[in-house]
Design a binder for this molecule. Structure first.
Ligand code: BG6
Length: 508
């Protein structure tokens, strides 16, 4: 272990750079996200010594309860969901810095209370803390909370920063995203707003940038002359669980494609930024989003396939179909699967088909990007006994089995010139011997450090909605567009194969 650490001095987890004293205020403090992700992430930051030395947390939600009950809730959440077993000392110290405000999000008294608590915390320390308001509520409250923060003078402060973190979904189409941007920007400045897409906090997603821009060998190949096609998959084996209320109004296109998959695509296809400053990176991402040609509404049936899971098997058990899930509207037309073909109209990518697919209750959980290179112009090894010669493929595996693999054709040992594909692999697990931080840890830390590189800018979310909007319109205007069912536990509807025009989806 010691040797590995010496060889890899950067395997340190999260950086412990000094961060200005901060009060984090979580709206939706008793909700599912806070429980499963945010509170455990804050604990892990504390555990790593990455939190600011002076740090407070205020949870706020409708339910009324004393501070002590919220601390118990936080303790249980952390114990159940943290990636590491909590250390009693670290946990107790963190819990002692937590308070709670119970009020409806449109109740002015709640904001007075938040201001009072946060003010007391500043007074105790004798200096103004930065304040981060984290909107982890249902999206219907985002505008109300932002406006109320403004109305209570909580949007700015002298000699300390105020930031607003906004969870997804950011709007439900282009128009509502524009309206939400407008509402937030009428209270906060863009530099204060951090729109979360937790995929950007994943180590493997950031590694795509490092792979592309830290190694000389890929850039010469990273274009239409060498790349045949790109496939991005976000497959999940889980169903919608208890989230029908949200999911039945969302569907796979809004839930995964508009944000996570388009983010992966921009990182894969953007031009090298001049620096890794927030605006340089986001300028390049926005440029490539603008180069993606949204499908025409009439072309949607040929370019996009949707599906809905039927009853089937998952993890060895029978599972119900989407329409049988609790809370789903009878006869719902919400898609739990979507596959589409896009094109990027710029010099680097013109003519390279880009295939995206996402779905629930598929055969297994995997998120990956597969970049397939063009085949060699002439294959001289056509001897019998050669096995499945395929063009080289670079697979960036986001999760699980995080890593990168490159398929090569190699000679099968022996007297004959027979060949078969083999893989060259880098796996995080074996190369770094350390557990990667959870996406939310990195992202919460970045909000405290004031680094917005891994957050979406206003024009970026709007550009992404612009790409999926015609698809939503087509489905809305034409309910007869097929919505094939696929059995839970399968690779999705076979109709999606037609999009590939003779190529194959990566096996699931
Ligand atoms: C969320 C979606 O944004 O991402 C969920 O709302 C989905 O439906 C989740 O399950 C997937 O995230 P991850 O990190 O497990 O790939």
């Amino acid at each position: 272990m010691a040797i590995v650490e010496q060889e890899n001095p950067l395997v340190e987890g999260l950086e412990r750079t000094p961060v200005h004293p901060t009060t984090l205020i979580i709206f939706g403090g008793t909700g599912d996200l806070a429980q499963r992700k945010l509170l455990p992430a804050v604990y892990n930051l504390a555990h790593e010594g990455a939190l600011p030395e002076r740090f407070n947390l205020i949870g706020t939600a409708r339910r009324d309860m004393p501070d002590e009950d919220f601390r118990n809730f936080a303790r249980e959440s952390i114990t159940k969901y943290s990636r590491r077993h909590p250390d009693d000392k670290v946990l107790s110290s963190l819990l002692s810095r937590i308070r709670y405000v119970g009020a409806a999000f449109d109740d002015p008294k709640g904001y007075d209370e938040i201001a009072r608590h946060a003010g007391e915390m500043d007074d105790e320390a004798g200096l103004p803390f930065n304040r981060i308001f984290y909107l982890a509520t249902a999206p219907g409250f985002f505008e109300t909370i932002a406006e109320s923060l403004g109305a209570h003078g909580l949007d700015q402060r002298q000699s300390a920063e105020v930031r607003l973190v906004v969870e997804k979904p950011f709007g439900r189409d282009l128009e509502s995203a524009q309206a939400l941007n407008h509402a937030l920007l009428s209270v906060f400045d863009e530099r204060q707003i951090y729109r979360i897409d937790h995929y950007l906090g994943k180590e493997t997603v950031q590694n795509i940038l490092v792979l592309r821009f830290g190694n000389g060998i890929f850039e010469p190949l990273w274009n239409r002359s060498y790349i045949d096609n790109v496939q991005i998959t976000a497959a999940e084996d889980i169903g919608i669980g208890t989230r029908a209320e949200y999911y039945d109004h969302s569907g796979a296109l809004r839930d995964i494609v508009q944000n996570h998959l388009l983010q992966l695509l921009t990182i894969l296809s953007m031009e090298p930024p001049v620096s890794f400053s927030a605006d340089e990176v986001r300028n390049e991402k926005v440029k490539v989003l603008h180069a993606i040609r949204p499908p025409a509404v009439e072309a949607v049936p040929e370019r996009v396939v949707r599906g809905q899971y039927a009853a089937g098997m998952a993890e060895g058990h029978d599972v119900p179909g989407y329409l049988e899930e609790q809370g789903v509207a009878p006869g719902s037309k919400t898609e739990t699967y979507v596959a589409l073909r896009l094109a990027i109209d710029n010099w680097r990518w013109a003519g390279v088909p880009i295939f995206l697919r996402a779905g629930k209750r598929l055969a297994r959980k995997t998120t990956e990007i597969a970049v397939t290179l063009k085949p060699v112009p002439h294959l001289a090894f056509q001897q019998s006994g050669s096995l499945g010669v395929q063009p080289n493929q670079l697979v960036l595996s986001v999760q699980p089995n995080e890593g990168v693999s490159l398929s090569l054709v190699a000679k099968i040992p022996g007297a004959k010139m027979r060949v078969r594909p083999v893989n060259m692999e880098f796996l995080y697990g074996t190369s770094f011997m350390s557990q990667s931080p959870e996406a939310y840890e990195r992202l919460i830390l970045d909000t405290m450090r004031g680094d917005a590189t891994l957050f979406a800018r206003d024009d970026e979310v709007e550009a992404a909605w612009g790409i999926v909007d015609p698809i939503l319109t087509a489905w809305e205007q034409n309910p007869d567009i097929p919505l094939p069912q696929y059995p839970a536990g399968s690779p999705g509807p076979p109709e999606a194969n037609a999009l590939l025009e003779g190529k194959d989806w990566r096996p699931l």
